[in-house]
Design a protein around this ligand. Structure first.
Ligand code: SF4
Length: 327
């Protein structure tokens, strides 16, 4: 049976979290055993590339870049579909599939990777889906590829992994993953010898590494992916984009409109990046109005809310979503 060597592969996205994780992994397991893997969507803000280079230099490990060659827009136009908060074809094809191919390549060279992600404790609910994807979508080992999350915390001296996040549940089994909430993961972690990570990556990178953060953070973005035009983001994110980078809002609004028009012409269906909630006119068993989600274009959001100030969207549950790429 083939004996595999282990390599620690950091999903180096271009943000502060994954850069901090890169340093953590290189310090803990050795720079010679660390790979900084960037899956390039070709949509990143130019200042992210500057940031990644400076961080990689500080960490002491070069960047390994893999790319499909297409941008998210190429994929949206081909499929006439953007995906949304729950599912995004760009994330799947440009990040996950690229990572799978890279993993296969490593395995062919006798290297078994462990993947590391820069998700922190405050957004821990994002991590189980990644663990699920790398358990079921990598057709190599029965249990998939191990994924770890140093910024969430450690158990017995090692970064918490996917199995530990969902300890005592069967959520990682095929078809069993519920819509995840932070509290569900907290309950699982509490049953183990878990120590929360209290690092502050942005502060450390600026003050100790002396590397200026990507300019998107100073503009108010929570994540610095795809230059702010992420199809998994919610209304608050697009409100910010409209305020600070109107040209980017206009760009994605135009793409959305063209794709939406083509989709409507093709089969009469509307696909938009955002959605909004409306009452159906019926009551549920408790006598409360039933609600449903309907497509809501960036053009509608801009004209009705951002420039019109006429629509109350406070009950929509995707209001708060920042860009959350499942890579
Ligand atoms: S950051 Fe957003 S737009 Fe970019 S690849 Fe990920 S999901 Fe798609």
């Amino acid at each position: 049976m083939l004996e595999y060597r282990t390599k620690h592969v950091v999903m180096f996205s271009g943000g502060a979290g994954s850069s901090w994780v890169g340093k953590y992994v290189a310090d803990k397991y050795g720079w010679e055993n660390t790979i900084l893997l960037h899956t390039d969507t070709k949509w990143e803000d130019e200042d992210n590339y500057r940031f990644m280079k400076e961080c990689a230099f500080h960490i002491g490990v070069g960047i390994t870049t893999v790319a499909d060659g297409r941008t998210p827009e190429d994929i949206f136009r081909k499929d006439l579909y953007f995906g949304n908060f729950g599912t995004a074809p760009c994330s799947k094809q440009l990040k996950m599939n690229q990572t799978f191919e890279y993993v296969q390549d490593l395995l062919g060279k006798g290297v078994k990777p462990i993947l590391y992600f820069g998700i922190d404790f405050s957004e821990v609910r994002r991590a189980p889906r990644i663990a699920y994807n790398y358990k079921h979508n990598v057709d190599v080992f029965e249990d998939g590829i191990e994924v770890r999350f140093p910024l969430i915390g450690e158990i017995d001296g090692n970064p918490v992994n996917g199995e530990q996040l969902l300890y005592g549940t069967d959520y990682l089994n095929e078809g069993n993953m519920p819509r995840m909430r932070n509290e569900l993961v907290f309950e699982c972690l509490e049953k183990q010898n878990f120590i929360k990570c209290d690092a502050n990556p942005k502060k450390e990178i600026v003050e100790e590494w002396e590397v200026p953060l990507p300019r998107m953070y100073a503009l108010g973005f929570k994540h610095a992916n795809c230059a702010g035009i992420c199809v998994k983001a919610g209304k608050k994110h697009y409100q910010l984009l409209h305020k600070v980078w109107k040209h980017k809002y206009d760009e994605i609004e135009k793409i959305e409109k063209e794709i939406n028009d083509a989709q409507v012409a093709k089969n009469g269906r509307r696909y938009t990046i955002l959605s909004k909630t409306e009452e159906t006119g019926e009551l549920d068993s408790k006598g409360n109005p039933k609600k449903r989600k309907i497509p809501y274009s960036l053009e509608e959001y801009r004209t009705e809310v951002l420039e019109g100030g006429s629509c109350d969207l406070t009950n929509d549950d995707d209001n708060e979503n920042p860009c959350e790429c499942v890579f």
